[in-house]
Design a protein around this ligand. Structure first.
Ligand code: PMP
Length: 407
């Protein structure tokens, strides 16, 4: 094989990280990677995670045996409640199949693999992504050979949602198409539909018999309110859809490297829905066995302890508010500094957008110049990770953007 394997390009995001690390400039700023940083630009281990970790480690019976193929049962059942709501009829009617996965990426992959194998056999269904979307969606779905199409999402003009474009594209999608939806805090734009807009999307999807695939990587991290960030998913389930959800605990627990996540298949309400979910779970287990055999234990144990203990859960909600409110503060600070400087253009989108990222509207040339002149690193589409901004560097970042925009 040696002579037929071409050299692949480096992953753009991780390449950016390498370049940032190698930069020796004192005031360099990392606005690339989607991981939370505290006000001192340091990774933040959630206090509740430290607490759960101490509990885990003090257990004399803790061992390192394999988890079941579907993962830690207390973790997957708590994850269902978190994402669908405690009182979800889908849970009480036993029509949810859930497997622990390698974080959100693994959940998206398991979902893609499952749909490729079992969704509308004999017919070719495409998956629709928002334009733009998380870059890895493309790779994951093309790896399983599902045809990919896109729907409009971001309006460069308003730097907000192109809702008409989105809705009319979904309306004209062939029946049975799979529509990938970011549950909250859309990556890379930070732009979400309103609840009323979600309702319209659901209505069109119902009428056209389209299949919702929710990717939820920021529940609780976006607004600090778990139910609010999970609202769209609960709403679609209430509307009786058959759907799937990829759930990540990377951001909301700060468990990035531990790879804790969950995949859920929700059967539509019907007399045989429990049986459908059981059959689906059995096939997912076979796919999982061949891919990873058994999911990793540590992150799921931490999350499970917290999710299943009311006192720890309350602590976690506090930690979520700490992270989301710092990010919201930095949005306000960056916007007001740009406005104080009289930076040409409008900057309300910085505070209108939510979650980890902001789509600044900076061009690729401006992004490159920011890096060359000011040692500020961001992806070339002008996406800024708000977590990289803090009270020490916000002035520096605003001044650098101001200079570039005026150049
Ligand atoms: N989906 C989206 C939209 C994301 O932004 C992310 C995190 N970058 C993920 C999925 C999955 O990340 P992880 O595998 O680290 O949970």
């Amino acid at each position: 094989a040696a002579d037929v394997v071409p050299k692949a390009p480096e992953d753009p995001l991780f390449g950016l990280m390498t370049a940032y690390r190698a930069d020796t400039f004192e005031k360099k700023v990392d606005l690339g990677i989607g991981a939370y940083r505290d006000d001192n630009a340091k990774p933040w281990v959630l206090p509740v995670v430290k607490k759960a970790d101490a509990v885990l480690r003090s257990d004399p019976n803790l061992d390192h045996e394999y988890l079941p193929i579907a993962g830690l049962q207390q973790f997957t059942s708590a994850s269902q409640k978190l994402i669908l709501g405690k009182n979800s009829p889908a849970i009480s009617e036993k029509r949810v199949a859930s497997l622990q996965t390698i974080s959100g990426t693994g959940a998206v992959h398991l979902g893609a693999l499952f749909l490729k194998k079992f969704y509308r056999p004999g017919q070719t269904s495409s998956v629709y992504f928002s334009s733009p979307t998380w870059a890895n969606h493309n790779q994951i779905f093309s790896n399983v050979n599902l045809p990919i199409t896109t729907y409009p999402y971001f309006s460069a003009k308003t730097r907000g949602l192109d809702f008409d474009g989105m809705l009319s594209s979904i309306k004209s999608a062939p029946e049975g198409s799979i529509i990938l939806l970011h549950a909250c805090a859309h990556n890379p734009t930070g732009v979400d539909p309103t609840q009323d807009q979600w309702k319209q999307v659901a209505e069109v999807m119902k009428a056209r018999n389209l299949f919702p695939f929710f990717d939820c990587a920021y529940q609780g991290f976006a607004s600090g309110d778990l139910a609010r960030d999970g609202w769209a998913i609960s709403y679609f389930v209430e509307q009786g859809f058959e759907l799937v959800v990829a759930q990540s605990y990377a951001k909301n627990f700060g468990l990035y490297g531990e790879r804790a996540g969950c995949f859920h298949f929700v059967a539509a309400p019907a007399s045989d829905a429990t049986d459908v979910a059981t059959r689906v779970a059995s096939q997912l287990a076979i796919l999982q066995r061949s891919e990873i055999s058994n999911p990793p234990a540590y992150g799921a144990r931490i999350a499970s302890l917290v999710l299943n203990d009311p006192a720890l859960f309350a602590m976690w909600e506090e930690d979520l508010r700490t992270m989301s409110s710092r990010i919201i503060e930095m949005r306000k600070a960056l916007r007001s500094k740009l406005e104080e400087l009289g930076t040409p253009g409008t900057w309300n989108h910085i505070t209108d957008q939510i979650g980890m990222f902001s789509f600044t509207g900076l061009t690729e040339a401006q992004v490159q110049k920011l890096r060359a002149d000011s040692h500020i690193y961001m992806t070339k589409n002008g996406r800024v990770s708000m977590a990289g901004i803090n009270t020490n560097n916000v002035q520096y970042v605003a001044e650098a953007i101001n200079k570039i925009v005026r150049a």
